[in-house]
Design a protein around this ligand. Structure first.
Ligand SMILES: [Zn+2]
Length: 164
């Protein structure tokens, strides 16, 4: 288990990388056709212009989901990114999210469990109903419709501000 103090980590502008076997992600593994393989994660951090600590999380991997039409394995490339801004109270999160619809707030956690955070992010990124383009084909490819916004722009903005 990898644990960090989420706010101190960001104040120090630290980065961390790792990988987790899919078989260790118990909430996710129920949704997979096959739990072999692993996901890679990468965290960057810093302080925004309002001196709020933030974490950027990127998660990548090749998953075998279950086709919702034929119920056999459907390969799916996971690539999820998110920027999480940290707050001391739920009230502060609600207030900040009300003023910035792109903001995603989390509570400062002195013992943030990275594996749990990564699993949460994967569960959020999963397509609602994945199906093969053509079921039964040898090279049946999974298609997905995902309208999850890309937080790359937000990260680029944070980095620009930091460099100023
Ligand atoms: Zn299928």
């Amino acid at each position: 288990m990898t644990v960090i103090h989420s706010a101190e980590f960001a104040q120090e502008g630290r980065e961390l990388k790792g990988s987790i076997p899919l078989s260790q992600l118990s909430r996710l593994s129920d949704l997979l056709a096959n739990t072999s393989g692993e996901v890679a994660w990468h965290i960057e951090s810093g302080m925004d212009e309002l001196q709020r600590p933030w974490l950027y999380l990127e998660v990548k991997g090749s998953l075998q989901l279950i086709c919702q039409r034929c119920l056999s394995a459907a390969p799916w490339q996971l690539h999820a990114e998110t920027v999480l801004t940290q707050f001391a109270t739920e009230e502060q999160i609600d207030d900040a999210e009300a003023h910035d619809e792109d903001l995603e707030g989390i509570l400062i956690d002195p013992e943030l469990d990275i594996e749990a955070l990564v699993e949460d992010e994967i569960l959020l990124a999963l397509p609602v109903a994945l199906t093969h383009d053509v079921c039964g084909g040898d090279d049946a490819l999974a298609k997905l419709a995902s309208d999850k916004p890309n937080p790359f722009a937000a990260l680029a903005q944070l980095k620009t501000r930091k460099a100023e």
